[in-house]
Design a protein around this ligand. Structure first.
Ligand code: DAT
Ligand code: MG
Length: 149
């Protein structure tokens, strides 16, 4: 089963959207295998967004991520990496389709509520960066036969 790293960013926490966001992945049929609320250190934020470190928005992005708590999660399921990206919507919320999280609840790219890994390799790297092995819980949802043939 595939796993992906999802983070509710500080604006999602401050805007009381934690439950609404979690609900979308849960009701879709994905399985929560890791969950923690945390204040992100500058070094973790910089590591997480390392690919963007030469971009002009990097400093603002890091300051935003460390400005208030986040909710870090790992979700599991068939095709969860690409599906979560669709549930999240386009990076620029004004271009995100209605029905997506960013399309429904956000306006600007600098406050786009949520992060989701973009590919299998980044999912693996990000899960390792944010979670210790013992923080991830493998379990067998009783609903599974009703979600998968
Ligand atoms: P995504 O979060 O959809 O994977 P990304 O990986 O391209 O998008 O960028 C990471 C984050 O950086 C994004 O969620 C918000 C911020 N960002 C990206 N492009 C930006 C821009 N042009 N101006 C300001 N912030 C930007
Ligand atoms: Mg990205």
């Amino acid at each position: 089963m595939e796993r992906t790293f999802i983070m509710i960013k500080p604006d999602g926490v401050q805007r009381n959207l934690i439950a609404e966001i979690i609900k979308r992945f849960e009701t879709k049929g994905f399985t929560l295998v890791g969950l923690k609320m945390m204040k992100v250190s500058r070094s973790l934020a910089e590591k997480h967004y390392e690919v963007h470190k030469e971009r002009p928005f990097f400093a603002g992005l890091v300051n935003y991520i460390i400005s208030a708590p986040v909710v870090a999660m790992v979700w599991e399921g068939e095709g969860v990496i690409a599906s979560a990206r669709k549930i999240i919507g386009a990076t620029k919320p004004l271009e995100a389709e209605p029905g997506t999280i960013r399309g429904d609840y956000a306006v600007t790219v600098g406050r786009n509520l949520i992060h989701g890994s973009d590919a299998p390799e980044t999912a693996q790297t990000e899960i390792r960066l944010w979670f210790k092995e013992e923080e991830l819980v493998s379990w067998d949802p009783t609903l599974k036969p009703w979600l998968y043939e």
